[in-house]
Write a protein of this length. Structure first.
Length: 143
């Protein structure tokens, strides 16, 4: 004779808490991977090159977070772009469907801008500046 409660039920329980916990954990992991992939594809970082003092809010050696999809690009946006001197920083002064022009905001800046080399194609844009970490008092980045 069996003792009450020792015989397994013929039907499984309707809701197993461990099964729900596993599903939630798996869903959270997949969501985390998707968010990480989205951030990895959309954003990048870059250092403002030393000697590139064209925008007062982005001093040389500042570390910037860039939006590579250039969402919200408009006149007045600070951008990184591939110019005649390599990777450059500037502020958008003119923008149309296929080209953009940059302007150096800092007076007396010796770095060329679109007044010197003209408008650039949109494919030369690297990204718009989302935020920047200003350099410390030492001004070095681990050298």
């Amino acid at each position: 004779m069996a003792v009450s409660g020792t015989v397994p039920s013929k039907r499984p329980p309707r809701s197993d808490p461990m099964q729900w916990a596993r599903r939630i954990r798996r869903g959270t992991l997949l969501l985390g991977i998707a968010v990480f992939a989205w951030i990895f594809l959309r954003f990048t970082t870059a250092w403002v090159p030393s000697g590139m003092n064209v925008v007062p809010t982005l001093p040389p050696e500042a570390w910037c977070l860039l939006d590579t999809w250039t969402v919200g690009l408009r006149v007045g946006s600070d951008v990184f772009y591939e110019g005649p001197l390599g990777t450059m920083v500037g502020r958008i002064s003119a923008l149309d469907e296929h080209t953009f022009a940059v302007q150096n905001v800092t007076p007396g800046c010796a770095v060329p801008d679109s007044a010197t080399f003209g408008a650039l194609p949109r494919r030369a844009l690297i990204g718009t500046v989302v935020t920047a970490l200003l350099p410390g008092l030492g001004g070095s980045r681990g050298r």
